[in-house]
Design a binder for this molecule. Structure first.
Ligand code: PMP
Length: 308
């Protein structure tokens, strides 16, 4: 129905698939205390085609959903299997045969202590991955935000709570106002943290370096995936350590990684172009391999896929 649901006619809410126009709650709901998850299901064999779908890293996403809920004092009244079945039913009800984004949302029910609403919207998206995808190589100019990433002693930076995204929205608005494509946060100590909705990795002298979880980043599933496949399958060394702002400017390549944004190169930061070629060769290799994995073409990592 509406634009807000990205063209999806059906979602799952509190136990049943319903028309998205019926997914209504009272304006009295405490939605600011909500949590959510961002998950993707890709078309098998060709991420730019259509056909059967596989959810990527279902279990780590559901585990993080439960951790986010626990941090906020909520319990999810459904098993992993029930949530998966709910997701499958919603995809089926919508008749989707191309890549879909799945965004379970949970928040406390107004006036019902201990009870929560669980909603699973799904909608289609266009991937930047896949061979010769022009979207992958487009220019992406970033700035260092004047807003610091929320400190984890103020809000649970490592969890996926809606409240965290007020911080991201302010940084993104500032960047847009100033003519950039997006913003990179420093943490409250002044070290590189992450983008407003993705993690960052830099390439320096053939090594991939990314900030630690203690740099107020979300515990990213894509980052975790890349930390495994980059050294083990591509033979490129990785290092998890704090990154100083100046190292960003001096990097050979920088990439962003996340479920929503997938894997994308960064052209410049604060108008300083990175490296000699764009996109850089390490970024291209990682993104190409990631595209194969989500499409089920990497035999070794098929266990990360769950039929939708
Ligand atoms: N940081 C933030 C703030 C995010 O919103 C996201 C997207 N979920 C990420 C990092 C990347 O996390 P993931 O790889 O689990 O999608």
């Amino acid at each position: 129905m509406s634009v807000a649901f990205h063209g999806a006619g059906f979602c799952w809410m509190n136990g049943e698939v319903i028309g998205t126009e019926r997914a209504l709650v009272s304006a009295m709901e405490p939605i600011h205390l909500g949590i959510f998850e961002g998950i993707k299901a890709y078309v098998e064999n060709d991420v730019n085609g259509s056909g059967s779908l596989n959810v990527f890293q279902w279990k780590p996403h559901v585990d993080r959903l439960r951790r986010s809920a626990a941090v906020c004092g909520m319990k999810i009244p459904y098993t992993d299997e029930e949530l998966l079945e709910a997701t499958r039913k919603t995809i089926r009800a919508n008749g989707f045969k191309t890549n879909v984004y799945i965004q379970p949302r949970i928040w406390p029910k107004a006036g019902a202590p201990g009870e929560v609403h669980v909603v699973i919207p799904v909608w289609t998206f266009e991937t930047v991955l896949g061979k010769d995808n022009l979207q992958f190589s487009k220019n992406r100019r970033f700035m260092i935000s004047s807003w610091r990433r929320i400190a984890s002693d103020a809000l649970p930076a490592q969890a996926k709570t809606w409240a965290n995204y007020g911080n991201s929205a302010l940084a993104l608005r500032e960047a847009t106002r100033m003519g950039y494509d997006g913003a990179i946060f420093l943490d409250n100590r002044g070290f590189v943290s992450e983008r407003t909705g993705a993690c960052i990795m830099v390439v320096r002298n053939g090594k991939v370096i990314t900030p630690p979880v203690t740099a107020s980043i979300l515990e990213s599933i894509t980052r975790e995936t890349l930390l495994k496949i980059t050294p083990e399958d591509l033979g490129i060394p990785v290092e998890v350590r704090d990154i100083a702002r100046v190292e960003l400017y001096a990097s050979d390549e920088a990439l962003l990684c996340g479920t929503g944004g997938e894997i994308t190169p960064i052209t410049s930061i604060d108008d300083l172009p990175l490296g000699k070629e764009y996109p850089g060769s390490v970024t291209k290799r990682i993104a190409g391999y990631y595209a194969d994995i989500v499409a089920g073409k990497a035999e070794k990592h098929k266990e990360w896929l769950t039929p939708a």
